[in-house]
Design a protein around this ligand. Structure first.
Ligand code: NAI
Length: 478
């Protein structure tokens, strides 16, 4: 079988396959979905365009989707997050060889340029014989944005001219859309009409979906996977609790204990990051805009301060806000010598990298890939990780398998929901029903030796719930 793909090196597939095998052992949610749905093939006929970090754990997700009958094409949703051995293993597949790959078309490698990144996103939406996908599985919303902006600009008859106000990323994006429309002026109408829905992984992508729905511009139904409790309260929190330290260590190996660490944002990700840094013995300072989250941080024992007031004492910065310009060029120029500056939120605009590069006299030296020292005219320098992009995937390998099994079990169930129930979902944003959220948690209990207490019928009646759940009302916050 031959199919198009673009990855670093297929000879890495064996190394990737060994890691898939170990990851499968740590991903009981995905493996039990393979068992439950392997025979009934609910995703038969699904053509999924996947835009999500091409890691080992994503490899196990891809092979779960195909085990349930889907065809997929895959790209990463970040230029640095691909693990090249995982991309190779997904292309080669469990039964193929590098010479005769039998897996799936993947378009992803670590260290893509921005034009390459958008080419790869276009590839997953461009299926053989001029067809498109009928499902999107997105992380951060870039694949969904390409379809929506493509269609909007197609209807307007042109891509708006690039201006100085456009970020480099947005102007590259416009170039790509221009190119696709020159090749096929009706491309995005055709593709959007074939799509039954999207399932979105992360806070930032979900935010974009709600904006589209609010404006009445969402072109197909969407499931917000992020706000399954078994996603955001686990992956965002406990996943980042693990992978933020991994990113800092692999990038710099500085001792975290005793240092002053600033965590910008105390949402789900910030809570995990702050607890990990405190666990290493750092003195953690939180910045927040939301009084509830600020009070939570204070109750956890963290100082809550304004960034401007702690620039002279902080050694390590991690932004977790999903906002932009949280650390400005001015902030960076006032930081302590050799301060480490990093972001774990979805996009790179939390740290003003463009502004940093424009500071007069500033010099950039690559210490190693994804670790750069920026030296100011006065002689002080700061260390910036992953060029301001998410450091846990750029400097390390992202979250561990067990937590991703929760997120990806939600993704798989959400894909089945939309694909098998056409007409039941409108062009709006939905979360999975609570019984499915509880199911995902249940799938992970045995692996941790958890013994669940069962309600008696009388107890269930007393609480007003069913013995089999759901156990909480919709408004419960966990
Ligand atoms: P969240 O909404 O729960 O938390 C963000 C917090 O930042 C909020 O409490 C908000 O009040 C605060 N905030 C916003 N603007 C701020 C500012 N200017 N200064 C200080 N605080 C500010 O969102 P969540 O789930 O914690 O996600 C945060 C980001 O991390 C998103 O971009 C999300 O997509 C991304 N993410 C990254 C992961 C990774 O592996 N790197 C995993 C999961 C999410």
């Amino acid at each position: 079988m031959s199919f198009d793909h673009k990855v670093r090196d297929l000879s890495l597939a064996e190394a990737g396959r060994h890691q898939f095998r170990l990851a499968e052992h740590e991903m009981p949610g995905l493996m039990s979905l393979r068992e439950e749905f392997g025979d009934s093939q609910p995703l038969k006929g699904a053509k999924i365009a996947g835009s999500l970090h091409m890691t080992v754990q994503t490899g196990v997700l891809i092979e779960t989707l195909t085990a349930l009958g889907a065809e997929v094409r895959w790209a990463s949703c970040n230029i640095y997050s691909t693990q090249d051995e995982a991309a190779a293993a997904a292309v080669v597949g469990p039964d193929g060889t590098p010479e005769d790959p039998k897996g799936v078309p993947v378009f992803a490698w670590k260290g893509e340029s921005l034009p390459e990144y958008w080419e790869c996103t276009n590839e997953i939406l461009t299926w053989p014989n001029g067809e498109g996908p009928n499902m999107i599985l997105d992380d951060g919303g870039d694949a969904t944005m390409l379809v929506h902006k493509g269609r909007e600009w197609e209807a307007a008859g042109q891509v708006p001219p690039t201006t100085d106000a456009d970020s480099e990323e947005f102007s590259v994006f416009k170039d790509l859309v221009r190119k696709t429309l020159a090749e096929d002026p009706k491309k995005w109408t055709k593709i959007s009409e074939g799509i039954k829905g999207v399932t979105e992984e992360t806070t930032t992508g979900v935010h974009r979906l709600y904006e589209l729905a609010k404006a009445g511009e969402l072109l197909f139904p969407a499931i917000n996977v992020n706000d399954s409790v078994t996603k955001s309260k686990f992956d965002n929190k406990y996943g980042c609790r693990h992978s933020v330290i991994d990113g800092l260590n692999r990038a710099t190996d500085v001792l975290i204990g005793g240092k002053v660490a600033v965590v910008a944002g105390f949402g789900d990700v910030g809570k995990g990051v702050a607890s990990a840094l405190a666990g290493q013995g750092a003195r953690v300072i939180v910045t927040e805009v939301d009084p509830i989250c600020a009070l939570q941080a204070a109750m956890e024992g963290f100082q809550v301060a304004k960034l401007d007031d702690v620039l002279d004492i902080a050694d390590i910065y991690v932004t977790t806000t999903g906002c932009y310009d949280v650390i400005t060029a001015d902030h960076m120029s006032k930081m302590k010598n050799k301060a480490i500056v990093s972001n774990i939120g979805h996009f790179d605009n939390e740290i003003d990298m463009a502004g940093l590069a424009k500071i007069p006299g500033v010099k950039k030296v690559e210490i190693k890939p994804q670790v750069h020292e920026w030296t100011f005219e006065g002689g002080n320098s700061i260390i910036v990780l992953s060029e301001g992009r998410l450091m846990n995937l750029g400097n390390a390998t992202g979250h561990p398998s067990f937590v991703m099994s929760n997120s990806f079990a939600n993704q798989t169930i959400a894909q089945i929901e939309i694909f098998t129930k056409p007409g039941e979902y409108k062009n709006d944003v939905y979360v999975l029903p609570k019984h499915l959220d509880e199911k995902v948690a249940r799938l992970h209990l045995a692996a941790l030796g958890v013994e669940l207490t069962e309600l008696s019928k009388a107890q269930a009646e007393y609480l007003g719930v069913d013995v089999a759940g759901p156990y909480k009302p919709e408004h419960y916050r966990y």
